[in-house]
Design a binder for this molecule. Structure first.
Ligand SMILES: Cc1ncc(C[n+]2csc(CCOP(=O)(O)OP(=O)(O)O)c2C)c(N)n1
Length: 332
């Protein structure tokens, strides 16, 4: 399927605000991580904000979503709570998973965020199951599954997508292709010439591809996909190219390791989605320097408040250590 970009209205200012909010929060996590009070690994999406922001705005609040290890921005953009996200990373009881999950295990029923896991591809069947549940109940909701380019290398991806295609389930499979799986580029993992969305189209569902640095394109393609899914046409796979700036896991830059070149990084960094879109909206008069200053100040205050909330919150009580666990019938 070639991208069909409909003429739907694009909430330009909201897209920029969301991208800036995601960027600012994750920059703050990176800055404060060395303080040692966030005691879990963090996988930052700095550089990848356009996809999260646009998909988050295109989804309806009632829609459901699941994600993987790089989930902060998916959760927030889906309507999650910034204070509860930061508190979760701090391991505090006020966190969205009550401080038991940390950065990679975010759950928030109120936001329709049904969970994220560290196992690559682990939530692809979960999101597919959500779609089955929605279809069985005749619900108009859609289940969105966020994952990276490496997750399509898992067997469970093919089983899940095949099942969703055959049952015409209301699932949006959203692949953020940032070209790397930790330190392994796509070229050492997948055959030369493969285009992920073309391979997936071969499984019998609608699949399209777009530039994940362009939030308006992502918003429109996602909106079209959701409309198609809600019409009963079955699942859609969308692949957006994007790029992470920081190391795979942690707050630092790691280009010195040699798995990608500094020249490649600088080229991608020069097409930064947040800065490029801000300039585009300034030039077209959608925002002004003054309105941007107000937006930036509000976001900075929100981020500062979220950290203050997390720091002031208590840790979970010891007595809760064994609650909310799955146990077998014999208690084992
Ligand atoms: C089943 C499984 N295999 C390997 C790992 C180790 N691992 C963690 S993240 C990751 C790379 C994931 O890459 P991708 O899915 O493209 O997402 P990205 O990190 O690029 O956002 C790997 C291999 C894991 N967590 N789970």
């Amino acid at each position: 399927m070639t991208p069909t970009v409909s003429g739907q209205d694009v909430p330009r200012e909201a897209l920029l605000r969301s991208m800036k909010r995601l960027r600012r929060l994750e920059e703050a996590i990176a800055e404060r991580y060395p303080e040692g009070r966030m005691r879990c690994p963090v996988h930052l999406s700095i550089g990848q904000e356009a996809v999260s922001a646009a998909v988050g705005l295109a989804l309806h609040p009632e829609d459901l979503a699941v994600s993987g290890h790089r989930a902060h921005t998916h959760y927030l953009a889906k309507g999650g709570s910034m204070p509860r996200l930061v508190a979760e990373i701090y391991g505090k009881q006020s966190g969205c998973s009550r401080g038991k999950g940390g950065s990679m295990h975010l759950v928030d029923e109120a936001a329709g965020f049904k969970g994220s896991t560290a196992i690559v591809g682990g939530t692809i069947p979960v999101g597919t199951g959500l779609g089955l549940s929605l279809a069985t109940r005749g619900s108009p909701q859609v289940a969105c599954v966020f994952f990276g380019d490496a997750a399509v290398e898992e067997g469970v991806f093919f089983e899940s997508v095949n099942f969703a295609a055959i049952r015409r389930l209301p699932v949006l499979y959203l692949c953020e292709n940032n070209f790397y799986s930790v330190y392994s580029p796509l070229r050492v993992r997948q055959p030369e010439g493969r285009r992920i969305h073309e391979m997936v189209a071969g499984l019998g569902l609608s699949a399209a591809y777009g530039d994940g640095n362009d939030p308006e394109l992502v918003y429109q393609m996602t909106g079209d996909a959701l409309a198609s899914i809600r019409s009963g046409a079955g699942p859609v796979f969308l692949e957006f190219t994007t790029y992470r700036y920081r190391e795979h896991c942690g707050p630092n830059f790691d280009n010195d390791l040699g798995y990608r070149t500094e020249a490649e990084f600088l080229e991608r960094r020069s097409a930064d989605p947040v800065e490029t879109y801000e300039m585009r909206l300034l030039e077209s008069g959608v925002v002004t320097r003054e309105s941007l200053a107000t937006m930036d100040a509000a976001i900075a205050a929100e981020v500062a408040d979220a950290f203050a909330f997390a720091e002031a919150s208590p840790f979970p009580d010891r007595s809760e250590a064994f609650s909310d666990l799955y146990v077998g019938e014999d208690g084992a």
